[in-house]
Structure formats: C-alpha cells, structure tokens
Design a protein around this ligand. Structure first.
Ligand SMILES: NCc1[nH]cc(CCC(=O)O)c1CC(=O)O
Length: 319
C-alpha cells in the first residue's frame, strides 16, 4: 500500500480539530501512513441563525462531504449525532469507533447540580431535545427552571455561565472530554432524566464508497457494538422522520449479567420543548446479530411511538 499522506478533511472548531487529531493518530497507527489535516469551513460554522431554524439536518456535514466527493480529501470525521440518517450511495461509513460517554452534562455556577438549581434558574441549550426533557423533568418534580435558547461552540456556551448570564448550560460529556474540559462538569445527567441524541458520543469516519482499500484500512477502527447500538438509534430517528435538531432522544445499551451480555435495550423519547407532553418508550431483546436486525428494532420502537402520537409532538415548538 502507498506511503503517501492521507488527507483528513476537518472543520476548524476546537472540537472538530480535537477529534480529527485523535482519529488521525489512530489511522496513522493502523495504516502506517502519515495523516494530514485539511481545514474546511462549513455553513454551520458561519451561520448566526439558531441551529433549529436553519432546519435542514447536516449543516456541519455538507462541506466535508463535498470535499470528499471532489477528491480534495481522502476521509472525514463527523460527530455521528450531526450526521443525517440517509447515507448517500457514493459515501461509506468506514468506521464507527468505540463510543465515549453518551450522557449530557450540566456546567453550572457554584458547582450546582441540576436538581439543586434555585427557583427561576436559567439553563442555556440550543437543543429542543434537551429543552423538552429538562422541562418535562422540572414539571414532574416541581423544579422551577427556564430553558434559554443559545448557540455557539462549547467554549462560548460555557462562557455564558462564567460571565453570569446563565445559571447553567447543557452540553455533551463527549465533546467536553475531547477538548479537555470534562473537569468543569458540575453534574452528569442520568440517561433516566435526559436521553442523549441518537449517536451522541460516537464518531463516524467517512470516505468515498469506491475506495475499497481505504474502507478496509479504516475498518480496523470500527467497534461493532457501538455500530449496532447507533444503528438502532439512528434507524428510530429515520423512522420518526426526524433530524438532528428534532426533540428526539434515544439510547441503545447492553444489559449484562456479570460479564455476560444478555440483551440490548433501546430507549427513546419525543417531547414538546416546553416538556408538557412526551412519549417515552423502551424495548429490550436479544442483542441484534446483524445491522438489519438493529435497524428493525429502531423502526419497531418508532412505530410504537408514532402510534402514541409522537409525530404531533415533534412538529411543535414551545417558543
Ligand atoms: N451539536 C454539536 C455537537 N456535536 C457533537 C458534539 C459533541 C458530542 C458528541 O460527539 O456526541 C456537540 C456538542 C454538544 O452537543 O455539546
């Protein structure tokens, strides 16, 4: 195989650069080839509009994919949760490495936990999914919080708290870990309280579908269980006809008896952003043996959620 450098297309954000560097090192290790980073600006990086208003999914992804298809780069790394569910035929998800902690976390002033936030506390998040679940929890437990729509990169969002504009912000644990700021978390939210976005905490390594050698080489970094889990989560998302900015949480995990993995559980929630109405369901069964089985599990749970009125909740925006 060639010893020429592989070109990795990446966004310029601190998070994208951090995860691209980590993957670059791993790819160098398995291919024996140097990897060079090629920086690409995406519409999601320059737009000032709220992500939910831009509407179309994959705003962070399009420019990277164009660079792949034009042959300007050999592969790209995406946060899987930002990747639209319909996979284009010309592109291959060559690897989904082992997932990081999928949970959402709070960074709050004065080391506060979510449930210790004082009455009227203002919590920043741009995610309808996080708003829906935090507000639903608050309603059920008599907490008086206000979710405030914000956007910006991780550093910007944490600054809202440091500057005293907000009492707390909600972020993904995985992103904070990757940029080296996980120590600033004041509360890890249980997935019983807030289900993460489908695919949260996982990365996707993508290249063109015609590059069989590269697909095989990158495939060394694939973690089959992570792929099974996120396949079920993303199949559910697709069957709900929802995108990465929809108020949909989903998580597939393994249930083990001691060391022996017994079953896979898939949990999912859809809700109005004000938390007044949610549909939350769970299904548990044998660990899927094929990706088709994982997809079927996601589709089945989505069908049950739709039967309980999920579609009506996703269309609504509380503000
Ligand atoms: N929506 C932006 C985004 N896309 C991926 C991550 C990091 C976590 C991950 O890889 O799942 C984040 C930041 C966040 O949600 O806090």
């Amino acid at each position: 195989m060639s010893t020429k450098a592989l070109r990795l297309g990446t966004r310029r954000s601190k998070l994208a650069m951090a995860q691209s560097r980590q993957v670059a090192d791993a790819v160098s290790r398995v291919t024996g080839r140097p990897v060079e980073l090629v920086e690409i600006t995406t519409y999601g990086d320059v737009s000032k509009e709220a992500l939910a208003q831009i509407g179309g999914t994959g705003v962070f992804v399009t420019a990277l994919r164009e660079a792949l298809l034009k042959g300007e780069v050999d592969f790209a790394v995406h946060s899987l949760k930002d990747l639209p569910t319909g996979q284009p035929d010309e592109l291959a998800l060559a690897a989904i490495p082992e997932r990081e902690d999928p949970r959402d976390v709070i960074v709050a002033r004065d080391a506060l936990k979510f449930t210790d936030l004082p009455r009227g506390a203002r919590i920043g998040t741009g995610s309808p999914r996080r708003m829906a679940q935090l507000n639903a929890y608050a309603r059920a437990h008599g907490l008086d919080i206000e979710t405030v729509a914000i956007r910006g990169n991780i550093d910007t969002r944490v600054r809202f708290v440091r500057d005293g504009e907000l009492d707390a912000v909600v972020l993904a644990a995985a992103g904070l870990t990757r940029i080296g700021r996980i120590d600033e978390v004041t509360d890890f939210l249980s997935v019983d309280t807030v289900l993460p976005a489908p695919g949260q905490g996982a990365l996707a390594i993508e290249c063109t579908a015609d590059n069989a050698d590269l697909i095989a080489a990158l495939g060394e970094l694939d973690d089959p269980f992570t792929r099974v889990a996120v396949t079920a989560e993303r199949s559910l998302l697709a069957a709900l006809e929802a995108g990465c900015s929809a108020p949909v949480g989903a998580l597939a995990d393994l249930l083990a008896d001691g060391q022996i993995v017994k079953e896979m559980r898939l949990r999912a929630v859809v809700g109005t952003t004000d938390g007044s109405r949610t549909v939350q369901l769970s299904t548990t069964g044998p660990v899927p043996e094929t990706y088709d089985q994982a997809m079927a599990l996601g589709r089945e749970l989505a069908a049950e959620m739709l039967a309980q009125g999920a579609a009506g909740l996703m269309g609504e925006r509380a503000q």
